[in-house]
Design a protein around this ligand. Structure first.
Ligand code: ZN
Length: 458
């Protein structure tokens, strides 16, 4: 096997192959600080080098695990001592920002926030945003079809992709770097690599569609006294400022109270309400947008849909309000804390959350449940703080969250993917026929099971 490392070093150069304690000095992931395990980390800097690595490893029957920013929540990038890790960290160039065609051409290892800033400097807007922006990479965002806070207006990562370049497990480079919105010339092969969690190929470059930069931004954190007002508020906003609505984030009262405990965020309003919605509109008419937004919030008050509201008056105040949503450190200790990501119709959410809560009270009575989510997209996140070291806590918690979903025809993964963590629950959201076709695709494109084997499906 040292022979393989020698060959990889010869092809890529010594600086591109990391071994020994330089591997274990890295953390497994953003969520798991334990030392990374791998035979070697290989760091190609071009698509041709990615191809050479995969060709060599595939020929030798060597497993390869692709790494982006390691912020995934479902253990999809976990590697073992026998694996080669293919890190995309040196392929991080923003190649082109085209203000005429409104497109971005970027390498897969570029960090989302860096790309967002480059696009902003170019006078445009990248409509992909999520809490992990400072570490996650474009390649990882596409491989997992990331969601985030702007989905309600712009769709998930998939919706932004015009072109893609990927390398198949045998080293074949599949370049579809299309810049047009319309291109129905045969199969849309790029879709094979978006949301398939690195199981069918390694994404190396992409062309993404950009949006115009907005010139107005209006934000409101509103308190609601009843869950039935949540869809009412969403519909009220859609019917009035719908075209500019860019975020509609819900936080249950327990979550707000936990993250505004002393030592964490300061509470922007009364902490005792059962539901809070953070919504935001991005527009392009400074003369009218602000007044219209105020009018719409006032209407919601008059109709009794919201009972309290805070409107940030500066960017600093706006960021402080968003930090309550994005920075949930307060609920992450003591460990273990289990994070969930499910989707179901908004009309079923209240009943579903009540079911989960009842099951947790029965099975893990000492646990705490914190609920938030992109409810405009039908997406809920849970933090279950177990408050016990008991070995079966994870299983009891998983079952309490996933089992009641069946009744509401929800999905066990809204935006985090399946990875290793949710594999046993996949059959709850996908039919046997669907899973069989997933296996057929894997067997066709990766017959030797070189890439991320065991992720999503066995
Ligand atoms: Zn999310």
């Amino acid at each position: 096997m040292n022979d393989l490392i020698a060959q990889l070093t010869e092809k890529l150069g010594a600086g591109a192959v990391v071994t020994g304690t330089d591997v274990s000095a890295r953390a497994t992931s953003y969520w798991d600080p334990s030392p990374m395990a791998a035979k070697a980390i290989v760091r190609p800097s071009t698509t041709e080098e990615v191809s050479a690595v995969l060709k060599l490893c595939n020929e030798r029957g060597q497993k390869v695990i692709t790494h982006g920013g390691l912020t995934g929540c479902v253990q999809g990038t976990d590697s073992g001592n026998g694996d080669i890790v293919l890190s995309m960290e040196r392929m991080a160039t923003v190649e082109d920002i085209d203000s005429v065609s409104h497109t971005l051409t970027v390498q897969a290892g570029a960090v989302l926030e860096t790309v967002q800033n480059a696009v902003r400097e170019g006078g445009m807007f990248l409509p992909l945003d999520l809490g992990a922006r400072g570490s996650c990479t474009i390649g990882g965002n596409l491989a997992t079809n990331a969601g985030g806070v702007n989905v309600i207006r712009y769709g998930m990562a998939r919706a932004l992709v015009l072109g893609l370049e990927a390398v198949l497990p045998d080293g074949t480079i599949l370049s579809s770097m299309n810049k047009m919105l319309k291109n129905n010339a045969g199969f849309d092969l790029k879709q094979l690599f978006i949301g398939t969690e690195g199981t069918l190929g390694v994404i190396t470059r992409a062309v993404l569609e950009l949006a115009p930069q907005s010139t107005t931004k209006n934000t409101c954190l509103a308190a609601l006294s009843d869950f039935s007002d949540v869809p009412k508020l969403l519909n009220h906003l859609k019917g009035t400022v719908g075209a500019s609505l860019s975020a509609f984030e819900a936080m249950w009262g327990d979550y707000i109270r936990a993250v505004t405990e002393p030592g964490f965020h300061s509470a922007p309003m009364d902490r005792s309400h059962p539901y809070y919605i953070l919504f935001e509109c991005d527009g392009s008419d400074p003369g009218r947008d602000n007044d219209r937004f105020l009018e719409v919030v006032e209407q919601a008050f008059e109709e009794g849909i919201i009972v309290d509201a805070v409107l940030p008056k500066s960017e600093a105040e706006r960021q402080a309000v968003w930090a309550i949503r994005d920075d949930f450190e307060a609920v992450l200790a003591p460990k273990p804390v289990f994070l969930y990501d499910v989707s179901l119709p908004i009309t079923s959410m209240e009943a579903y959350v009540a079911d989960v809560r009842a099951l947790l009270v029965e099975r893990l009575p000492q646990s705490d449940l914190y609920v938030l989510g992109h409810v405009g997209d039908g997406n809920l996140h849970f933090f279950v703080r177990a408050n016990t070291e008991s070995g079966d806590a994870r299983d009891l918690s998983d079952r309490s969250v996933y089992e009641p979903l069946v009744r509401y025809e929800g999905s066990v993964s809204a935006e985090h993917g399946i990875g290793f963590e949710k594999k046993q629950w996949l059959a709850q959201s996908r039919s046997a026929a669907e899973i069989a076709v997933m296996r057929q695709l894997k067997a066709t494109l990766d017959p030797k099971r070189t890439l991320n084997p065991g992720v999503v499906i066995d």
